[in-house]
Design a binder for this molecule. Structure first.
Ligand SMILES: NC(=O)c1ccc[n+]([C@@H]2O[C@H](COP(=O)([O-])OP(=O)(O)OC[C@H]3O[C@@H](n4cnc5c(N)ncnc54)[C@H](O)[C@@H]3O)[C@@H](O)[C@H]2O)c1
Length: 361
């Protein structure tokens, strides 16, 4: 693998106002000397745009304190080729981290269009721009890192999910777009020698997270006295991965790219890798909910005498969902010496504190 020293580099982050993108931008600006972060986001209203704006303000605040670093934020659509090409021409990124996407499994059932636009056309635009970054003998993009998802494992019965498993049976359009991204990246790695690494994230949570995700939705509902629905009667196991662990993993991955080398035929062997980033420690949904309840009380979001039992409804599985997802993280450990380790207790405590402050509960 090729080591990349991030200091002084220009990093292009798509989806910079998103949950993972914003935290990655903060981490890079905080820890990497002389870094330039260029962010793109279309600020769509799939969920509360106030949270996206809040995240951008946090980045701007930090960037203004870091005189040796630069931060540029562009509002635009990844599916617009001209926008993407312009960014590449102007900033000439060394590393690209593609996190912009239409996320969510359930939403892809009712709103397929945005998945095709953002996840397929958008990603294609990134690949094309990476390809042309080498035009005229330029150094171009040293590493393309992009978000895939644990949802590519579909209804895989074997756990933990390994990157060696076959993932040819997606059960949602969202998963199909993520798997397609991996295939597209592979072909571009082969054809144009673009070092690329796909990361399959497993249920990411934390402060300023996504309101469409269960822990956030549960909190909103409990606060408003509504019932929460626990799917598959609570018999769901998930690898809940804390945002700081994801960001640390992405940062480490950014700094080591798959090697460019030729095979016996003299043609490039695709510099291409895929890793899981998850906790490697599945938690039962009901345990997750219990810890969330305790931490919401401890943070003062809910009163100490809140009657949780009357606000819980155990319901069957949703189409496209899978009962157990759990990551084999041996590849990440082997190549980057890293494994997520934040406990649910610590992670949900941080979320509850942020929620209390953000909403002024
Ligand atoms: N959070 C998770 O649990 C999780 C799990 C698996 C995979 N992922 C993947 O990780 C990536 C980041 O996820 P996240 O949780 O930060 O999601 P997010 O929705 O918070 O962030 C995505 C950001 O991309 C932006 N965006 C979407 N389409 C765009 C477009 N066409 N042009 C420009 N910007 C666009 C959105 O406005 C948003 O700010 C996504 O690719 C997602 O599919 C996330």
């Amino acid at each position: 693998m090729k080591e990349i020293n991030l200091s002084g580099k220009t990093v292009f982050i798509t989806g910079v106002a998103g949950f993972i993108g914003s935290n990655l931008a903060l981490e890079l600006l905080k820890t990497v000397p002389k870094i330039t972060v260029v962010g793109l986001d279309n600020m769509n209203d799939y969920y509360d745009v106030n949270i996206k704006e809040w995240r951008l303000k946090e980045i701007e605040k930090l960037a203004s304190e870091k005189s040796q670093c630069s931060y540029f934020c562009i509002k635009g659509d990844l599916a617009d080729k001209e926008t993407v090409d312009k960014i590449f021409a102007e900033y000439e990124p060394d590393i690209v981290v593609n996190l912009a996407a239409q996320a969510g499994v359930r939403y892809s059932i009712t709103n397929p269009d945005s998945y095709i636009q953002s996840n397929l056309i958008g990603f294609y635009n990134v690949l094309e721009a990476c390809r042309h970054s080498y035009d005229g003998g330029k150094k171009g993009v040293e590493h393309l890192v992009y978000a895939s998802s644990s949802s590519v494992y579909g209804t895989n019965k074997k756990v933990p999910y390994s990157t060696e498993d076959r993932v040819d049976n997606p059960v949602s359009l969202y998963a199909a777009t993520k798997k397609s991204n991996e295939l597209m990246a592979h072909s571009y790695a082969k054809l144009y020698n673009i070092p690329s690494t796909g990361l399959r994230f497993f249920t990411v949570y934390g402060p300023a997270g996504r309101p469409d995700m269960a822990y956030f939705g549960f909190t909103n509902k409990l606060l408003h006295g509504e019932k929460i629905q626990i799917f598959n009667y609570g018999n769901c196991k998930r690898d809940f991965t804390y945002i700081d662990d994801i960001v640390e993993g992405v940062k480490r991955v950014m700094s080591k790219a798959p090697d460019r080398k030729n095979g016996e035929d003299g043609l490039p062997i695709p510099p291409y890798s895929i890793y899981n980033i998850g906790n490697n420690n599945p938690e039962n949904l009901l345990d997750f909910v219990s810890i969330l309840q305790e931490e919401l009380i401890a943070a003062g979001v809910l009163p100490a005498d809140y009657d949780f039992e009357t606000h819980k409804e155990l319901v069957p599985m949703q189409p496209g969902d899978v009962p157990v997802t759990y990551a084999d993280t041996s590849g990440l450990e082997r190549d980057f010496g890293f494994k997520p380790s934040t406990s649910l207790r610590d992670g949900l405590r941080a979320f509850a504190k942020w929620y209390k402050e953000f909403y002024g509960v």
